[in-house]
Design a protein around this ligand. Structure first.
Ligand code: PXP
Length: 245
């Protein structure tokens, strides 16, 4: 499995003072130099953390894969077509939410989805849809022209360690297997941390995990390089993989 590091909350910290510290590009490079396979930034409609100039600079300066999370709006499509990130992940966005709360309802807007995705895919951008582990949504994702889905691991993360964990984990496993039979590549993310990430090894063929909050939080204690290294070890360690499968 690959590790994508979401650096949105480094921008949250920078924006708290409105200055230039911490330097986002420097931090993105530090993530890459310590094991991140890609960098994710979510350019929200309200620009609460990542700003337009951040993605421009990272795109221009970082040679590693850039994954741009964005809502399905005309404004974001225009930005993505100009910027040409390596990958985009389409997410639902609500103004008042603290973080992305649920998966994208692609089944409820399939025709719009197809039209939205086509010009992006035609530019060679990998398109992924952030969806709940739901068979209807996965079927729609397949029909939409996206090559990837990112399974929303929020329900699993929230129930980890409780009697509801078994069900939420099985939902992810079943959904991933179904998506793979349709030829979709499967990423996962949201709420993953240094404890609950280990079970991701029990899901065959997961391609990449996108993790932000827990890594940036741990960086406060041990530093960003160490926080990324520790997560990378959990995501790639064969011994952990063997023990959990
Ligand atoms: N994947 C997607 C699509 C997201 O929206 C987020 C949160 O921005 C993440 C992964 C990372 O979630 P977390 O910050 O909880 O690790």
């Amino acid at each position: 499995m690959l590790l994508g590091v979401n650096i949105d909350h480094i921008a949250t910290l920078r924006n708290a003072r409105g200055g230039i510290e911490p330097n986002l590009l420097e931090c993105a490079k530090m993530c890459i130099n310590n094991g991140a396979d890609s960098i994710t930034t979510h350019l929200r409609e309200d620009r609460r953390h990542i700003k337009d100039n951040d993605v421009k600079i990272i795109r221009a300066e970082l040679k590693t894969k850039l994954n741009l999370e964005m809502a399905m709006t005309d404004e974001m499509q225009e930005i993505a077509l100009k910027l040409v990130p390596d990958a985009i992940c389409l997410v639902p966005e609500k103004r008042a939410e603290l973080t992305t709360e649920g998966g994208l309802d692609i089944a409820g807007q399939l025709e719009h989805g197809k039209k939205f995705i086509k010009p992006l895919a035609d530019k060679g951008i990998e398109v992924s849809l952030f969806i709940d582990p739901d068979i209807n949504q996965i079927s729609a994702a397949y029909k939409s022209g996206a090559q990837f889905i990112e399974l929303h691991t929020g329900a699993y993360s929230n129930t980890f360690g409780s009697d509801k964990e078994k069900k939420s984990f099985e939902d992810l496993k079943t959904a991933s297997a179904f998506a793979r039979t349709m030829g979709l590549k499967v990423n996962a993310g949201h709420g993953l941390n240094y404890q609950n990430v280990v079970r991701m090894h029990e899901i065959p063929d997961l391609y990449e995990l996108n993790i932000g909050h827990s890594i940036i939080s741990r960086a406060i204690s041990v530093g960003l390089p160490q926080a990324v290294k520790e997560m990378k070890e959990l995501v790639t360690n064969e011994e952990i993989q063997r023990r959990s499968s």
